[in-house]
Design a protein around this ligand. Structure first.
Ligand code: HAS
Ligand code: HEM
Length: 556
């Protein structure tokens, strides 16, 4: 790996992990506010919603996007043995860093407390919208360049199957490019002119529909780098082979088809959208779970096989032969814990997706319970594990505190399980999300006091506290590794799982065009009616509210 690419990847890992210290701090603050331990609207001059915005944007948008680009660079360079172009890579890095700094400045100065979904009528300073748009465009530039590199590689290797990790990376960024077009329109055409004062208002329903066109596909953009690691690295780390490489290809192409046309499942409660389109997108949401089921069975089979190769026996006993606590394959611990969390994250996702059940859980704390089992589960753990792995390889430095590094994913997992159990239990009892409950529902002096939510939110606090400790330990390992002495030459050497069965090249699973065409077709069928509904049903007005009180203000 060239010095240039090495430095770019290291910056793309360092910057978001540095910001993550702020993101994790605000995670802890969130559980403290919502459990009623404090009854304050702000702490250390940072307001509750400002903190929640910093938490969501840094953890779920900045960290994930930077990581996907850094990991993409590493994957493309490692598998295709060709480095991305210097100019494009530099431009992409600059756009991403400058954009992030602009958005961070807007959030830290309290001018963009609009949460990571930035629904209007919440309004942010233009720097927030423009900064986020620059972060996204920066990631596009990297992607376009990889496409050029890939086309060159393919011309030289027509008869060779594209490596699975490269398929995964290109599928992921194709989903990302298409879905971000909608949010780019929302930001640049609707929100920026409104935030600048050039237009008087925004079509709120249209903005929400465009956001969710992007918003659910976004979660697969977070997930697929982790899936690339599950398929191409985990079996090798376990000491075995990938049970079926073809299953991986099918799973990635299915994500291409079904990741975007399901955003309406976040809007089952929106009055503007018709029932027919809600039901059909609910059904399509079940389709997007299929590639995850394929992954569950393929990876479980690969792990079982790996364990048998290392002397494992029995129907379940083989599990204990897996290298859970081996320091040299610590990446295994990060990935397997993510998978265990995802069993629960996936099941709760299916609850959310069920059109009628969604009424019970929507806007309750069940939802953050669900997504900390996904984005703060397989996604976050894969990012943490791979970031420290790449830093160690690219700097030629050994991991700082390897025993702690091996334990971190287990500690995090225990924390997330307790945290999410608390939030989901509370959610089923109606506990709201995005609410500073310490000011109202969990303040015994307030008329809205609700004792049922004390225990569930305390569980959330206990789990959140454990997550915070695991996060803190990770920062010590990550930054400690940077500060060690170099003992080896910098390199990228990713673990590569071979396929258990020899893989034949089947052309349809080694090309993108027909899949992209089908993707566009399904997308148009799903979204033309949803957007036309948003354009045509805009007369109803929402009741006014005060940010400090969850009940609507009664207009006399
Ligand atoms: Fe979700 C809301 C439905 C997956 C993230 N989701 C959210 C939000 C976020 C999020 C952030 O339909 C909140 C947005 C907001 O702020 O309002 N979600 C789903 C469905 C899936 C799903 C059906 N979500 C994810 C992933 C996320 C994520 C992945 C992040 C990365 N979600 C919803 C819905 C809502 C929603 C509704 C809206 C709710 C509302 O009303 O607001 C599916 O993709 C899940 C499929 C997954 C599986 C699990 C497969 C299991 C595997 C593990 C196998 C384990 C092994 C280990 C092999 C079917 C792969 C073996 C172990 C050994 C030891 C051997
Ligand atoms: C929201 C806790 C780490 C992503 C929240 C909420 C809490 C919380 C209590 C607010 C729930 C609500 O009231 O609606 C924590 C704790 C963490 C942690 C204690 C670890 C110390 C993470 C990580 C990610 C993440 C690692 C992603 C990589 C999010 C997102 C939101 C959120 C996207 C939604 C923000 C919103 O509703 O606008 N978190 N979290 N969290 N968290 Fe975390």
């Amino acid at each position: 790996v060239s010095r240039f690419l090495k430095n770019v990847i290291l910056i793309e890992l360092f910057v978001p992990v540095l910001l993550l210290t702020v993101g994790i701090y605000h995670g802890l603050m969130q559980v403290i506010y919502r459990s009623g331990v404090i009854h304050k609207a702000s702490v250390a001059k940072l307001d509750y919603y400002q903190g929640l915005t910093l938490h969501g944007v840094i953890n779920a948008i900045v960290l994930t996007t930077f990581f996907a680009v850094a990991f993409g660079h590493a994957t493309i360079a490692f598998y295709l043995k060709k480095e991305p172009g210097k100019k494009a890579t530099l431009l992409s890095l600059l756009l991403m860093v400058i954009g992030t700094l602009m958005a961070a400045a807007a959030m830290l100065s309290g001018k963009a407390s609009v949460l990571y979904t930035f629904y209007p009528p919440l309004k942010a300073h233009p720097a927030f919208y423009i900064g986020t748009a620059m972060l996204i465009v920066g990631s596009w530039v990297a992607f376009w360049d990889w496409v050029v590199v890939y086309i060159r590689w393919k011309k030289e290797n027509r008869e060779i199957n594209t490596p699975l990790a490269v398929i995964g990376t290109l599928v992921n960024f194709t989903i990302w490019f298409v879905c971000t077009l909608a949010v780019a329109y929302e930001v640049l055409i609707l929100l920026v002119p409104w935030s600048m004062g050039w237009t008087a208002g925004v079509n709120v329903m249209l903005a929400r529909t465009l956001f969710w066109f992007f918003g659910h596909a976004l979660v697969y953009f977070w997930l697929l780098p982790a899936y690339i690691m599950f398929y191409t690295m985990l079996p090798k780390l376990a000491g075995g082979k990938l049970y079926s490489g073809m299953a991986g290809r099918i799973a990635f192409f299915m994500f291409l088809l079904f990741s975007i046309p399901i955003g309406v499942h976040h809007q089952f409660g929106d009055p503007s959208i018709g029932r027919g389109i809600k039901l059909s997108q609910s059904i399509l949401t079940f389709a997007v779970a299929i590639p995850s089921f394929i992954t569950a069975f393929t990876i479980a089979a690969s792990l079982e096989h790996a364990s048998y190769m290392r002397g494992g026996k029995g129907l379940y006993k083989w599990i204990w032969k897996l290298p859970f606590f081996r320091k040299d394959v610590y990446l295994f611990g990060y990935l397997i814990n993510g998978l265990i969390l995802f069993i629960f994250g996936g099941l709760t996702g299916l609850v959310n997706a069920s059109y009628s059940l969604n009424n019970v859980v929507h806007n309750t704390s069940f939802i953050p319970g669900h997504f900390h089992l996904t984005v703060a589960g397989p996604v976050f753990l894969a990012i943490l594990g791979m970031s420290v792995f790449l830093v160690s390889q690219l700097t030629g430095r050994k991991i700082y505190m390897p025993t702690i590094n091996t334990i971190i994913p287990y500690l995090w997992t225990v924390g997330v399980l307790i945290f999410s159990a608390g939030l989901m239990w509370g959610g089923l009892m109606g506990e709201p999300r995005r609410t500073n409950m310490g000011l109202t529902y969990l303040d015994p002096a307030n008329e809205l006091y609700h004792p049922y939510w004390v225990i569930s939110s305390m569980l959330g606090l206990a789990g959140g506290g454990i997550m915070f400790v695991a996060g803190f330990l990770y920062f010590i390992v990550f930054f400690g590794t940077f500060l060690r002495k170099r003992t080896a030459e910098p390199m990228i050497d990713l673990p590569v799982s071979e396929s258990l069965h020899p893989e034949k090249r089947i052309p349809i699973f080694d090309t993108f065009k027909p899949w992209v065409a089908l993707m566009v077709l399904i997308l148009l069928m799903a979204y033309i009616p949803a957007i036309s509904d948003a354009l045509n049903n805009t007369t109803k007005k929402a009741p006014p509210y005060k940010p400090s009180d969850p009940t609507p203000v009664v207009v006399k």
